[in-house]
Design a protein around this ligand. Structure first.
Ligand code: ZN
Length: 136
């Protein structure tokens, strides 16, 4: 669902009154160009939820801008949980010594390492957000 006015270009952040224009009684839709950078204002409004979700998981900045600026997105806590799990998974995969532990027989140790990575990510994200949002 598209948000009410104003919309923002996902490339440059310029404010635009419309993302698309409809013709032939709504049967034909044309995406509009940004008046500042001349890219399409928000091509993600044509994407289905699956493609948009894949772009979010891949941490595409334009997909995040579409969700945060041009839609009625209210479930920020769900997005934060997805982001924390993705970041923890990356941290878990790049741990030192992971290559030497290629023996996957000890699955519980691997799972414990993932939960440690998740806890470390939660703490570091909370510390970062606390410092960024701190009013002093
Ligand atoms: Zn633009």
């Amino acid at each position: 669902m598209m948000a009410p006015l104003p919309y923002y270009c996902i490339y440059c952040g310029h404010e635009e009154p419309q993302v698309y224009k409809t013709y032939a009684e709504g049967n034909l839709v044309k995406l509009l160009q940004c008046s500042s950078c001349y890219n399409l204002v928000d091509p993600y409004c044509e994407y289905d939820t699956t493609l948009l979700s894949i772009n979010v998981v891949l941490q595409n900045k334009k997909a995040y801008r579409h969700i945060l600026l041009n839609t009625w997105f209210e479930n920020f806590w769900k997005l934060a949980i997805v982001f924390l799990f993705c970041e923890s998974y990356c941290s878990w995969c790049f741990q030192k010594g992971m290559e030497s532990k290629a023996n996957y027989a000890d699955f519980y140790e691997l799972e414990t390492n993932f939960y440690r990575a998740l806890l470390r990510t939660i703490v570091s994200t909370a510390a970062f957000d606390g410092l960024i949002c701190c009013p002093f």
